[in-house]
Design a protein around this ligand. Structure first.
Ligand SMILES: Nc1ncnc2c1ncn2[C@@H]1O[C@H](COP(=O)(O)OP(=O)(O)OP(=O)(O)O)[C@@H](O)[C@H]1O
Length: 221
């Protein structure tokens, strides 16, 4: 199996003269889940959008195996689950799924109860959590080599989050996955490595106590 490595470096992002990201370094290999943590507004979603290619910034270096990537979404290199719903509301779920899901994963995806139950509906007919589950699965099972997940656990119930962690770990056998969520215990649980964004820069987290030292949490259960 080909080794793949996503590298992100030298990202500079400002909004209205305010520095958001300035000293960013991350890498994620195929076979790995990288967790990103950070307080509200520290720039997690912005960083994922920059890697995916939908947010312009002053400077960035994104590469896969040292090939510079201008737009991550080109050629199915990178897929991105945004924080908010992305499926159009006027096309049936089964038609959207056939466009998005990789054939290799079709059996896994289409046998999932959430797809079985809702495939003939359109997005607005689903509850918030049902839609979130479907949207997340479609991205995880999409063709891309690297998957960026912005808050995949936030709108789903604990039992579903447990199931999704298994699916993420399973898919990480053939992809690299970058994940961020405020449910930090789920991120810690599913990730091989963790980085924290603080004051615009990335800090490697070697042990949970580092999260206390950086003021991200007061204690860890
Ligand atoms: N289009 C924009 N124009 C101006 N400021 C923006 C814009 N988008 C984001 N910001 C600001 O940039 C900062 C980083 O936003 P971002 O959404 O990346 O943070 P985040 O870490 O994902 O936050 P949260 O955890 O609350 O979702 C925030 O202070 C936000 O207000």
């Amino acid at each position: 199996m080909e080794a793949l490595n996503l590298k992100v470096d030298s990202v500079h992002l400002e909004f209205d003269g305010r520095k958001i990201l300035q000293d960013i370094y991350l890498n994620c290999s195929k076979g790995e889940v990288l967790g990103i943590l950070g307080r509200n507004g520290c720039g997690k979603s912005s960083l994922l959008k920059i890697i995916f290619g939908t947010l312009a910034c002053t400077h960035k270096y994104v590469s896969i195996n040292d090939d510079y990537i201008v737009k991550g979404y080109h050629n199915n290199r990178i897929a991105y689950l945004p924080q908010h719903n992305y499926l159009p509301g006027t096309i049936r779920i089964d038609r959207l799924a056939k466009m998005l899901v990789d054939e290799v994963y079709w059996a896994d995806f289409s046998s999932h109860p959430i797809y079985q139950q809702h495939q003939l509906k359109m997005a607005p007919q689903l509850s918030g959590g049902e839609l979130r589950q479907l949207e997340t699965l479609m991205i995880i099972y999409s063709k891309a080599d690297f998957i960026l997940l912005d808050e995949p656990f936030t709108h789903i119930s604990p039992i579903q989050a447990e199931e999704f962690k298994h699916i993420i770990r399973n898919c990480a056998k053939t992809k690299g996955i970058v994940i961020t969520d405020h449910q930090y215990y789920n991120v810690l649980d599913v990730s091989d490595r963790i980085i924290l964004i603080s004051n615009g820069s990335t800090k490697p987290i070697h042990q949970p106590a580092d999260l206390i030292a950086y003021g991200y949490v007061n204690h860890i259960n």
